[in-house]
Design a protein around this ligand. Structure first.
Ligand SMILES: NC(=O)C1=CN([C@@H]2O[C@H](COP(=O)(O)OP(=O)(O)OC[C@H]3O[C@@H](n4cnc5c(N)ncnc54)[C@H](OP(=O)(O)O)[C@@H]3O)[C@@H](O)[C@H]2O)C=CC1
Ligand SMILES: O=C(CO)[C@H](O)[C@H](O)COP(=O)(O)O
Length: 467
């Protein structure tokens, strides 16, 4: 290792860390990695093949090798490993040094670490990184939150390493404390929703329209060229074309239908419930992963409930496209509504236009449609809900009948369309001037004297309902 001081330090040379440090070095910054595993340290040095990058398993060498204030990014598993790394570094750091947690940490953990490190005048950033291994290597979307002045020290590195859309970096300081980790959590909630919607449309194509993988691949490819253009549409087309490397047929057909989860989608749903913000498409996506995990029960139930399946869905792929597009819009709208309410509750002062802007490239939920979202929040900085924007409303109105028909056809065929239906029902409830919840208020007052308000006059009322 050269004795030169490095611009940037990175701890955790796994999938994300190794790729991100190489990316940083590609942009002219010298970077020093640290990992406990000698193999990973040697692997990085070999892959980098230049003196802009080095790595070590020795913490003192690592800390001594960094320019002041030290800028140290952690890409280690969320939870205890993050605390363990912070506590091991802490006694050796100086005032003004900066620790950046790039992992999917829970936002309250970030607040705790932020406040604790502030006592030693060490800056702490929660900076969610999205884009997977490839994104980390060539340009992810980065969602940093923390002290705004200290951010200036890391801004040049993050702006250089992030994805660019129209020359604009997919990174911005998002707010104080845990704002960055919170935004990344909701990003992942939206990710869960979009993935579930795509999987339901795939199910209808496969079982309702009996389309082959080749036909489905061509359809997703075509969709990806137009308004549905997005990373997840693109990779779905790719996946449908990959042959099984162990047997004949397509690999996707050989994959066990149990979806795992690390927790960010569930956290999004749990927190939305705490805030009282409805995000039913994300909830449905989490629920479907849970249902999928009970495979043996599903196999037993499938034998017990063998029902005749309707012959074929009465649908065109254009109708499916319109349904998917509408439900995508509704899913982003739910996530952005959650961010808007969380911003007030946690004093993040989030700028939704900026968030839409930095999600346009690099991240898993990047999509052409994010430019329309950015425009909506640019046009009205205090837009309360994406579905209240007139341009977005026109898009939804045009496509909504197709979503309703796709849900109806899916249900007629006995196919689970949880996320599609959740999106449709959310929209129908959201745009209803009058909901039947007046009856619920009456029931609550009937059995528990919980009182109610009236439409025609102010005040709190109670009725003795029993004659
Ligand atoms: N993989 C992905 O697509 C994405 C991941 N993330 C998030 O990024 C974070 C890192 O993920 P990922 O790179 O996939 O994880 P990996 O498990 O691939 O890498 C984590 C690395 O951290 C090392 N490590 C763990 N503890 C310590 C420690 N105490 N000191 C030094 N090194 C340590 C691990 O070493 P060892 O293996 O030897 O324990 C490993 O090299 C997670 O929070 C994840 O949720 C975010 C976006 C996308
Ligand atoms: O953060 C990510 C992308 O943005 C990860 O890929 C995501 O955590 C995957 O989540 P899960 O394993 O729960 O599906």
């Amino acid at each position: 290792m050269s004795q030169e001081k490095y611009d940037f330090g990175l701890i955790g040379l796994g999938v994300m860390g190794k790729n991100f440090i190489l990316n940083v070095a590609d942009h002219g910054f010298s970077a020093l990695g640290y990992d406990l595993d000698q193999g990973k340290v040697e692997g990085l040095i070999e892959e980098a093949g230049n003196d802009k990058v080095s790595a070590t398993t020795d913490a003192d060498t690592f800390l001594a090798g960094l320019k002041r204030p030290r800028k140290i990014m952690l890409l280690v598993p969320a939870g205890k490993p993050v605390d363990a790394v912070i506590e091991s570094l802490r006694p050796k750091l100086d005032e003004g040094d900066i620790i950046i947690d790039g992992g999917n940490s829970f936002y309250t953990d970030t607040d705790r670490r932020f406040e604790s490190l502030a006592k030693d005048k060490i800056h702490f950033f929660g900076a969610g990184v999205s884009g997977g291994a490839k994104g980390a290597r060539v340009g992810p979307s980065i969602m940093p939150g923390g002290n705004k002045e200290a951010y200036e020290h890391i801004r040049p590195i993050f702006e250089a390493a992030s994805a660019k859309v129209n020359g604009e970096p997919c990174v911005a300081h998002l707010g104080n404390g845990s704002a960055g980790n919170y935004v990344k959590m909701v990003h992942n909630g939206i990710e869960y929703g979009l993935m579930q919607l795509i999987s339901e449309v795939y199910d209808i194509m496969k079982h309702g329209l009996r389309m082959s993988n080749v036909e489905m691949k061509a359809t997703f490819e075509a969709w990806n060229q137009a308004e549905l253009g997005s990373f997840l549409t693109e990779i779905t087309a790719d996946i449908l074309g990959v042959p099984d490397d162990l047997e004949t047929g397509a690999l996707v057909d050989a994959i066990l239908d149990k979806a795992k989860q690390k927790g960010t989608g569930k956290w999004t749903s749990q927190n939305a419930m705490d805030l009282g913000v409805p995000i039913p498409t994300v909830d449905a996506a989490v629920r479907m992963r849970e249902i999928s995990s009970f495979k043996s029960m599903r196999v037993e139930a499938a034998k017990l409930y063998t029902l005749p399946m309707a012959e074929r869905a009465d649908l065109s792929t254009d109708e499916l496209k319109a349904a998917l597009y509408t439900s995508f819009i509704v899913t982003y709208a739910q996530g952005l509504h959650q961010l808007s309410e969380a911003s007030k509750e946690y004093n993040y002062d989030l700028n939704l236009e900026v968030i839409a802007k930095i999600w346009r490239g690099g991240c898993i939920i990047r999509a052409k449609f994010l430019e329309e979202i950015r425009k909506a929040y640019s046009f009205n900085k205090s837009l309360q809900h994406l579905l209240l924007n007139e341009q977005i409303a026109e898009l939804v109105k045009t496509n909504l009948p197709h979503l309703a028909k796709v849900c109806a056809e899916g249900m007629r065929l006995g196919l689970p369309v949880s996320a599609l239906a959740a999106s449709l029902n959310y929209f129908n409830a959201f745009k209803a001037e009058r909901l039947p919840l007046n009856l619920i208020q009456a029931q609550r007052d009937y059995f528990g004297s919980h009182t109610y308000e009236r439409l025609d006059r102010p005040g709190i009322f109670h009725t003795e309902w029993e004659a």
